[in-house]
Design a protein around this ligand. Structure first.
Ligand code: WQD
Length: 322
């Protein structure tokens, strides 16, 4: 009996792998190592594989049979909003083609439980205070489109092939559950500010004229360990044999602004980042904050770690980089 984690060598996936390892599950990691790293998965077997390759469905189905896979947690995808605007076909190929291959392999191998890493990017820019799962989804990037299409693909497979699936729509992930599992990518606000501090550069604030209390964008920052625990709760839910499909926001329900994040980093690091206001970045909603009511009620999951813990653990796990 094994749980397969695709993209399990990456930042978020590795946290789920470690929680599964700690509770004694056998874990099989499939990753193309395009951004993940082998040392993130410890003792678990890691099979290097490109999910979008033509021969993947047969190879992956065989691996599922060989390992006695009973459920899949799927992280293996590209995730940069800006990059997806510049390289849409790469995102459609990897995120949709790769997911189609995964679903085909699961059907062939008779694996019927799937937890899918979706995104708040599926909502697009909606003028609401708290995003709820019943809202219309109008993604504004190819990345968000691929995540929404993946949700549709899951629902179609549930009808056609008896799959059971849960989609988790992530908001902004931060922090580290262990110092060796910090976010190695320097793509988001917290790592970008930490790198600026290392290099003696000013932090950058992309716009301070948004419709928020301090004029900077508000996001819903969830500790990566809280997020990982939501995946284990979703796996348990699938084992309960209730609804074949459900979708849940994973967030805290609290909005934190760019300025507040930078102030928290300055507090933890004991420095002044001399943050500079820059022009707005394209496509940034003023506020992206979720209502976590459904996941709390249905899965019994609630974020327990504070923003301070997210920033402190991000700083503690930070490794200087270029
Ligand atoms: C946050 C805010 C920037 C850097 C992330 C993930 C995405 C999705 C949603 C999962 C924005 C501002 C940033 C900087 C700044 N998650 N900023 N100065 O865009 O919310 O997207 O969460 O699917 O995959 O990437 O995160 O950290 O890039 O930006 O002012 O140096 O911080 O403009 O308002 P974003 P982010």
């Amino acid at each position: 009996m094994a749980i397969m984690v695709t993209g399990g060598a990456g930042y978020i996936g590795a946290h789920v792998v470690r929680l599964l390892q700690e509770r004694g599950d056998e874990v099989i990691v499939v990753d193309d190592l395009s951004s993940g790293v082998r040392e993130n998965v410890g003792e678990s077997r890691l099979v290097e594989m490109n999910l979008a390759a033509a021969d993947t469905p047969a190879a992956l189905a065989e691996l599922m049979r060989e390992t006695g896979t009973t459920a899949v947690v799927h992280f293996g995808a590209l995730k940069q909003v800006g990059e997806s605007v510049e390289q849409p076909l790469r995102y459609y190929d990897t995120n949709i083609g790769g997911f189609s291959n995964l679903l085909a392999a699961m059907q062939t191998a008779g694996v019927d439980q799937l937890v899918f890493s979706s995104s708040a990017a599926t909502y697009g820019i909606l003028d609401v205070e708290y995003l709820t799962e019943d809202l219309i989804t109008r993604p504004t990037s190819p990345y968000g489109e691929t995540k929404l299409i993946n949700e549709w693909m899951m629902q179609a497979q549930i009808k056609a092939a008896g799959l059971k699936g849960v989609a988790l729509r992530y908001f902004n992930v931060a922090g580290a559950g262990w110092d060796d599992l910090g976010d190695r990518a320097t793509l988001n606000l917290i790592p970008l500010v930490l790198r600026a501090i290392d290099h003696g550069k000013d932090a950058q604030i992309f716009g301070d004229d948004y419709n928020t209390p301090d004029g900077t964008c508000q996001r819903d920052y969830v500790h990566v360990l809280d997020l990982a625990e939501a995946h284990l709760a979703a796996l348990e839910y699938l084992g309960r044999d209730e609804l074949p499909y459900d979708v849940f926001n994973v967030g805290t329900g609290t909005g934190t602004s760019v300025k507040q994040i930078i102030s928290e980093i300055e507090r933890v690091k004991g420095v002044d980042t001399n943050a500079q206001i820059q022009p707005r970045r394209g496509g940034d909603p003023d506020r992206l904050v979720c209502s976590p009511e459904r996941i709390e009620k249905t899965l019994g999951w609630k974020a327990t770690r504070t923003l301070a813990e997210s920033v402190e653990s991000a700083v503690s796990a930070w490794t200087p980089r270029d």
